[in-house]
Design a protein around this ligand. Structure first.
Ligand code: ADP
Ligand code: MG
Length: 617
């Protein structure tokens, strides 16, 4: 047995190197810490210079408050900070940094130099961290930190570094995260002597939007929706990507708590749950979310990199995020000239952090300001779907009714509401024809609208079912119970899940070992094929483990029912029916995607059509 070794205190240098392991993983971690410091110093312009992806050199230059010679020396000491003084300060910390360990940690694994000049002092001082030497030098107000030969003393770490391109990408990402939170600050990134990114400081109304399109690409605004919601003490602002523009990777997901970039499970789950209904498979939504939370209610001192936080009330945060996104996604976007032309109303700008001032609430889309002739849409709808649950529809009219087809509908189909007849009022336009029993072709003021009628109807039925389920009064007793021969499994499932089925409006009970009776169905599906409906619901139930969350189960069941009840492809619709469907889409939440996340409609603007035919070239 080895004899015990005496306990000794580790030397400072080694303590810092150990700490550095937590804070400094790669060049991008250094970039993050140095830009944090620049922003904490009140910089309005931050310049990042990198050589070889930051491995040779990382330089961060700012025009912030600067430091005098005495502070330069203190800055690189461990646990030395100007940002907090007490535990109380820590609880309400508003700066990015507060642990006072970044510069010490970085200095222990690199060659670090600082130069700085505070306001009102006529020259700057430079400090070489290794030698401790200080000398006067010329510099404008602000601070420059230069980090050379990262990990030169810890080859094991250096081995883990990836290619220059990869490290560079991580460094850019680190700056991008800051830039999205601070449109009021300009950011330049240089690599190997070339300016590779330049995000100019923005002010005024559209600062946030301009910064987002600078950093995330000009398409981002068009592909996302402004959101702004408050739940309890938590406010959420920003933009959520349209389901159409979800990505295979979660690389465009930015969440901030009080201006600090975080990766937080509660927030991510809140996002996921809000998209559940409209996103299929593993697609990743894009988003930029700024949460404002009372600093006393969030602990930022959870992890050395401060990328994780802990909320006092995680549920509230979850709800706020879920609600903000769900609300944004639920707005029908059918009034937009095109789903991708970038005219979405912008969220309001803020002050310095943008998080203190009330933003303009997201504006309603233009057509939402006009009153929807809802009554009429509903009447038409009742005439159509109410009668048959979307299945038994009258025989088809001729598809082509001549030139008047695009004019207001004939007396049979349209109530005498003239407001409706101007196509301007109709985001999805007037139906023209049906294509191969699958698509509805319609004309609106902007061009041609194509609607996948099954997908669209499925969403409408689904949303109605959800409403009905929420009210729990959606069930309709059948005059004559429908009985049918079932498998033993089906009977067992019906028994086991009787309550769930009842909550869904389906009253199913065994008649014997091998038969089931259905006594009531959801009112909106009263006229559909009861046996097929029940079978498909039982089939769904059979696939779930008992532990499945009930809410989710409900929605999936409802989706199954909706899919089942929605009008099938290859069914002829009259123009009146098509128009009723279009009007109902306009009035339905989340109508832009079917329950499986596929789009329900697309538009080809006149411009796009002209381009197809090379007109006007
Ligand atoms: P922290 O940011 O947690 O305080 P750091 O090690 O990052 O710890 O920095 C230590 C101190 O050095 C800071 O508290 C700040 O006073 C000073 N400092 C660092 N960078 C700058 C800068 N760019 N401008 C002005 N002061 C700085
Ligand atoms: Mg710091």
């Amino acid at each position: 047995m080895p004899s015990p070794r005496p306990i000794v205190e580790l030397p400072d240098e080694l303590i810092s190197q150990i700490a550095a392991g937590e804070v400094v993983e790669r060049p991008a971690s250094v970039v993050r810490e140095l830009v944090d410091n620049a922003l904490d110093a009140g910089a309005s312009q931050v310049t990042v210079r990198l050589i070889e992806g930051g491995v040779r050199l990382i330089g961060v230059e700012d025009d912030g408050v600067g430091m005098g010679p005495a502070d330069l020396v203190m800055a690189i000491r461990r646990h030395a900070t100007s940002k907090i003084r007490s535990l109380h300060d820590l609880e309400s910390v508003a700066t990015m940094g507060f642990r006072g360990e970044a510069l010490a940690a970085i200095a222990s694994v690199s060659e670090l130099t600082l130069s700085s000049r505070p306001a009102g002092v006529d020259h700057a001082h430079g400090l070489d961290a290794r030698s401790g030497e200080i000398r006067p030098m010329a510099r404008a107000q602000g601070t420059t930190v230069e980090v050379r030969e990262l990990f030169y003393s810890t080859p094991a770490r250096r081995q883990f570094l990836k290619s220059t391109a990869t490290e560079l990408a991580h460094c850019i990402e680190a700056v991008r995260r800051h830039a999205l939170a601070r449109p009021d600050v300009g950011f330049d990134i240089w690599h190997d002597g070339k300016l590779i990114e330049q995000w100019r400081a923005q002010g005024g109304q559209a600062a946030w939007d301009r910064r987002m399109s600078d950093v995330l690409g000009t398409g981002f605004l068009a592909e996302s929706i402004a959101l702004d919601a408050q739940v309890g003490a938590v406010r959420v602002r920003g933009r959520a990507g349209l389901p159409d523009h979800a990505r295979a990777r979660g690389d465009l997901q930015f969440a901030y708590v009080n201006g600090r970039y975080v990766r937080d499970k509660v927030i991510m789950h809140g996002v996921r749950s809000a998209y559940e209904d409209v996103l299929h498979g593993q697609r990743q939504p894009v988003y930029v979310l700024h949460l404002e939370v009372d600093p006393m209610r969030v602990d930022v001192n959870v992890h050395p990199t401060k990328i994780e936080v802990r909320f006092r009330d995680g549920r509230e945060v979850h709800q706020a995020v879920h609600h903000a996104i769900e609300q944004a996604l639920a707005q029908p976007r059918t009034g937009q000239p095109s789903p991708t032309d970038g005219t979405w109303p912008a969220s309001g700008p803020g002050e310095r952090r943008g998080l203190g001032s009330p933003a303009a609430a997201p504006q309603a889309a233009p057509w939402q300001q006009q009153r929807m002739p809802m009554g009429q849409a509903m009447t038409e709808l009742q005439a159509l779907w109410g009668r048959a649950g979307g299945l038994g529809v009258t025989e088809a009219e001729p598809l082509w009714r001549g030139p008047q087809a695009s004019a207001p509908l004939g007396p049979r189909d349209t109530a005498p509401d003239q407001a409706l007849s101007t196509p301007d009022d109709l985001p999805l336009g007037q139906a023209l024809a049906q294509l191969h029993g699958v698509y509805i072709l319609a004309q609106n003021t902007h061009g041609l609208v194509l609607v996948d009628m099954h997908a669209a109807h499925e969403r409408i039925v689904y949303e109605r079912l959800k409403q009905g389920a929420a009210q729990r009064n959606d069930s309709q007793q059948l005059l004559v119970p429908v009985s049918f021969a079932a498998t033993e499994t089906e009977v067992a499932i019906a028994q086991e899940h009787q309550n769930t089925l009842l909550e869904l409006g389906l009253d199913v009970s065994p008649l014997g070992a091998k038969s089931l009776a259905v006594r009531s169905v959801p009112a909106s599906l009263a006229d559909s094929d009861v046996v097929a409906l029940t079978r498909s619901v039982l089939g769904e139930l059979a696939q779930w483990p008992a532990s499945t969350v009930v809410e989710r189960a409900h929605n999936e069941l409802l989706a199954t029912m909706a899919c089942h009840a929605a009008v099938r492809a290859n069914r002829s619709l009259t123009l009146g029916e098509m128009n009723a469907l279009l009007r109902q889409m306009e009035a339905t939440e989340r109508a832009d995607q079917c329950n499986h996340g596929r789009p329900t409609w697309r538009m080809l603007s006149m411009k796009e059509l002209d381009a197809l035919f090379l007109r006007g070239r």
